[in-house]
Design a protein. Structure first.
Length: 150
């Protein structure tokens, strides 16, 4: 009695494998899309911050140019060092330029009395990005309060 066995392919196993592969591809595609969107948002925030910083730097450079012009005019109009120092005494030595709500660019200068008008008229002491100190951080714990039931 020779029985021949027929080899049959179940349609269920390939269908399950196909569904599993499709679900894996869809989940990896969604993860890639979410990651790309997060990277785009981060890049936009960095771009906005860089633009704000360089706008503040441009304003600072313009202010330094105006200050240099005022110092040169005062130097050329003053006959001696005392007259020059009294002429520039009203000029500020510290400038601030806003970058964002919590940061600003701070520049500090020292004014010099040069030997000739071609020499530097000021010394740049600092060029710093400063974060404001008056930030109010939320340090509380957000816990659910359960009232006593009596």
């Amino acid at each position: 009695m020779d029985k021949k066995r027929e080899f049959t392919i179940n349609i269920g196993l390939p269908s399950i494998m196909l569904i599993f592969v499709i679900l894996c591809l869809i989940s990896f595609g969604v993860l890639a899309l979410v990651s790309a969107n997060a990277d785009r948002k981060l890049s936009q925030k960095l771009l906005d911050r860089s633009v704000a910083y360089y706008n503040a730097c441009n304003l600072a450079e313009e202010t330094l140019c105006e200050t240099n012009t005022a110092l040169k005019d005062a130097y050329l109009a003053s006959p001696d060092q005392d007259a020059y120092l009294s002429a520039i005494s009203s000029l500020p030595t510290r400038f601030t330029f806003e970058i964002s709500d919590i940061q600003y660019l701070e520049i500090t200068l020292s004014y010099l009395y040069p030997e000739s008008p071609d020499k530097p008229l000021y010394l740049l002491r600092s060029w710093n990005v400063v974060t404001k100190d008056d930030l109010n951080y939320d340090t509380g714990l957000h816990l659910i309060e359960i009232e006593d039931i009596d």
